[in-house]
Write a protein that binds this ligand. Structure first.
Ligand SMILES: NC(=O)C1=CN([C@@H]2O[C@H](COP(=O)(O)OP(=O)(O)OC[C@H]3O[C@@H](n4cnc5c(N)ncnc54)[C@H](O)[C@@H]3O)[C@@H](O)[C@H]2O)[C@@H](O)CC1
Ligand SMILES: [K+]
Length: 500
């Protein structure tokens, strides 16, 4: 897991690295600028491209000056530098990089408050005006300049963070932020990159390593981490040589109505493909033919819930396509009262919980709920920002002893110990009906196999997203029909577990 750290902690990590590596501050800036340039050259390979580097007068601006010089050394021949002097404060590393720039052939101009902001013909703009030092929303001349730059509609590549965007504080609704096509960020993604509020301002972001002290960063106090593939390798076990179906548990899927049988099929198919020893689907009788023909491996209990022997199952997934009628409500209520194993609740099961607090209070400890944002707000009340959702997730996961999986481009998992896990796998191609039903089946199957609930949620979300990425990479498709996911997750699991 990689810790997500705040802007303040990043400054501390900078200072620690400078003191303990040790490395001079100016050399660390040079290293950061080199890392930026390496990635930039992949993005903008043509050396005759016209590039305008807009610099502030702090260390982000210092990076910009160093980047201009380094690109010049790489034979980019069409570089101009514009220094936006919104304040007369400069940092020593900015000053040193200005001295170094003056020794090159690069032209630069200084724009001060009240001066006209000249249009720019450059094809690419490098945004090095403000970085993680932002301490208040943009206003006055700097806000005007940024608005004018946004009006140019150029290809913008930001150094570390777009000018005007806080790294980890709430992005105000009318914040002025320089829109970027790519952000090349240092060492760690900023928290806001992972929340939808940053989306109007960032098309793509990438992180480059600038050699900050990783040991220091990993020891920072932070309740937010990024899931890595290595973590999943640690979680997922190889299937044992002498195992049989009984080794891997029995999942019961309670899902589907006659008109939403697809949800039940997708969920059951995911359970089957991610290793549950047995999978049974409780479905309407009208869905039997579909189930038997599409998933012959899956058993069924049609219609009659008195035939469910609750002690037969290790995990239950309930909700996909279930509806909210009286029968559905009775099924949910029976499950919560009778079942003693692990439960994943999704879709209509969540909507029923939102309508009935008493039912919600029946959720057993370590249950997993997998809401998307609307379901989340129905469950826990309307929220006006993702930062406030993060706080609610932490509180509710703690108080109710639940695992909350808030689905989004970067799905967030809250566990009862107060941690928030951010998952970076996945693709917008998965934002389509049925994708969530698959995730529910994956998590239930992992629970049935005996994985602890937080591990099942973390691994399930990662594998599900990774499968989507693999499909897009291999097939180059824009949208992934959810029915393609289950077998891909199966392959991803195989590639991730250690095979001797
Ligand atoms: N040694 C280091 O600390 C390193 C820093 N690096 C760069 O340094 C950046 C951070 O630099 P700084 O801390 O100097 O800060 P910035 O360059 O982001 O900002 C400069 C100054 O602008 C002022 N400011 C903040 N908000 C403002 C606003 N709304 N309107 C007008 N002025 C405002 C503040 O006084 C701030 O210190 C990082 O984003 C990164 O690009 C990298 O070079 C890596 C090493
Ligand atoms: K910037």
């Amino acid at each position: 897991m990689k810790k997500i750290i705040s802007a303040t902690q990043t400054r501390e990590a900078d200072a620690y690295t400078i003191a303990h590596e040790p490395i001079a501050s100016i050399d660390l800036m040079e290293r950061a600028s080199k890392a930026f340039v390496q990635r930039f050259m992949i993005e903008v390979p043509h050396k005759h491209t016209s590039i305008a580097v807009y610099c502030g007068t702090g260390n982000n601006g210092g990076d910009g000056l160093a980047v201009a010089r380094l690109l010049n050394a790489e034979k980019y021949r069409n570089i101009s530098v514009i220094i936006l002097q919104h304040s007369f404060k400069t940092t020593p590393d900015f000053e040193e990089n200005l001295r170094r720039l003056k020794k090159t052939s690069i032209q630069y101009e200084i724009i001060q408050d009240g001066m006209e902001f000249p249009p720019n013909q450059a094809e690419v703009i490098i945004d090095a005006i403000l970085g993680s030092g932002l301490n208040k929303p943009l206003e006055g001349s700097i806000a005007l300049w940024v608005e004018q730059l946004n009006g140019f509609e150029k290809n913008v590549i930001a150094v570390d963070i777009p000018t005007g965007m806080f790294a980890d504080q709430l992005i105000d609704k009318d914040a002025v932020i320089l829109k970027s096509d790519l952000v090349i960020s240092f060492q760690r993604p900023k928290l806001n990159f992972l929340l939808p509020e940053s989306s109007p301002f960032i098309k793509q972001w990438e992180v480059v390593d600038i050699g900050l002290d990783e040991h220091f960063i990993q020891h920072c106090v932070s309740d937010k981490v990024i899931i890595e593939e290595a973590d999943i390798k640690e979680i997922i076990r190889v299937r044992d040589n002498f195992s049989y179906k009984g080794t891997y548990g029995h999942t019961l899927i309670i899902a589907g109505q006659p008109e939403t049988m697809g949800a039940a099929l997708l969920c059951a198919e995911a359970s089957l493909n991610t290793g549950s020893g047995l999978t049974t689907a409780f479905i309407p009788a009208s869905g039997l033919t579909a189930l038997n023909s599409r998933l012959p491996e899956v058993m069924a209990i049609p219609d009659d819930h008195s035939k469910i022997d609750w002690k037969n199952y290790d995990a239950i997934a309930i909700g996909p396509g279930l509806g909210k009628n009286l029968t559905a409500k009775e099924l949910l209520s029976l499950t919560l009262q009778n079942f003693r194993g692990s439960i994943v609740l999704d879709a209509d099961a969540l909507n029923m919980l939102s309508d009935d607090q008493l039912l919600f209070n029946l959720l057993p400890e370590q249950s997993i709920i997998t809401p998307h944002v609307k379901e989340f707000d129905r469950l826990f009340g309307e929220h006006f920002s993702w930062h406030s959702r993060l706080i609610t997730m932490q509180e509710q996961a703690r108080e109710r002893d639940l695992i909350i999986v808030l689905k989004n481009r970067y799905t967030i998992i809250a566990t009862p110990n107060g941690s928030l896990y951010f998952n970076l796998t996945g693709t917008p191609a998965m934002a389509t009906g049925g994708s969530g039903d698959v995730l529910t089946g994956v998590i239930a199957s992992l629970l049935a196999q005996g994985y602890f609930a937080p591990q099942a949620a973390i691994a399930g979300v990662y594998l599900h997203g990774k499968a989507g990425c693999e499909i897009v990479r291999r097939m180059g498709i824009n949208v992934i029909p959810a029915s393609q996911l289950a077998t891909e997750i199966n392959k991803v699991m195989y590639s991730i577990v250690k095979h001797d």
